[in-house]
Design a protein around this ligand. Sequence first.
Ligand code: HMG
Length: 384
Amino acid sequence: MNIGIDKIAFYTPEYVLDLVTLAKARGDEPDKYTIGIGQDEQAVIPNDEDVVTMGANAARQIVDDQERKTIDMVIFATESGIDNSKSSAIYVQKLLQLSEFVRTIELKQACYAGTFGLMQARDYVAAHPDKRVLVIASDIARYGLATAGEVTQGAGAVAMIVATNPNITLINDDSVYMSREVADFWRPVDRTEALVDGHLSTEVYKEMFLTLWQRYKNQTKHSLNDFTGFAFHLPYTKMGKKALDQIILEADEAQQKRLLNNLIASQQFSRHVGNLYTGSVYLSLLSLLSHSKDLKPGEKVAIFSYGSGAEAELYSMTLQPDFRSSIPAASVAKQLSERQQVSVAQYEKIFQSQLLDSHVDVIRSATKKHHFQFLGWQNGERQY
Ligand code: HMG
């Protein structure tokens, strides 16, 4: 059965921080950030946004009146959830005015949960071919001011509709996956910033990719020459290169060049947004499909999803005949270029104010016409 991504959309907040400016403020070489890490800018999340608003602001771009009638399930992947009990998906169901007769659920396993959500959606549609599933991956990557992880912060959401006969890609049933308890990155429930062993996390990511690549080749009998490109989970863009460099010599010379050019295509959006955690690998896919000139319908791209803790999955997607006209390349580029630059002082002030949020009841008025906003607290519950 042909099942896959029929629609995709991306949303990131309106504030952005230039990382050359941040490097100078931290006393670091700007080239370390832009070349060594591979990040030029990072999203800064304002006080009126969270994973619910970002997820709903992404999804609203692909949920029209027709879709409202057909979506049967909302899967919300995040590791920056706003409530320890209630799912972010149920807020999205209300904000998007979806039918009450839908299933809504939130999933967590670090950056990996978006892929689990996509696989659940595919399997559900395989069992119920007339149904359509909304999958949202929304996160805020926060490590703390002047930490080693600061340059890899970011925020945003990717929303996708999974259905039969999709317009963009087929999700192939060829996954290999693995889980292993590792203390590379975690976030205790009373903290808004992650704790991380950054160098260990990079090594575990590389090792899991290599292990799954060998397993994938054994299982599918595919080789590197069978893929047009890779979409990697990109906590920072250099991470994708570190992973691919481990296997690139398996390809012939022309194919090596093609894969490396398409890696650059897949890194473009993340360079200007930072880590999206659950959404990152699908922003990398969207960037590849938006920027690569040599992708053709019928070709396969490999998807590598990694979530610290740690769990990883490698699988492929097949490009559909009309994929180019279904990709919101221009609107994502416009969204990124229209953001407002903030100074390091403004970014630090916003960051600190979020740490100090006292959850005291106060409701602000909505100020934006075409966006969902977080307005404040009432009875200890977030209001939108
Ligand atoms: P660091 O110690 O500040 O940086 O941490 P470094 O000293 O390792 O330098 C980074 C790179 O810059 C190196 O290149 C340097 O050589 C280079 P590499 O050897 O790695 O190729 N460099 C320069 N290049 C050009 N000009 C210069 C210069 N100076 C140095 N002047 C680290 C970096 C990424 C570890 C840190 O930012 C961090 O801890 N980040 C957060 C953790 C992370 O992103 N881990 C990635 C894998 S885990 C993952 O993907 C899961 C995750 O998304 C969470 C989840 O699943 O929920 C994080």
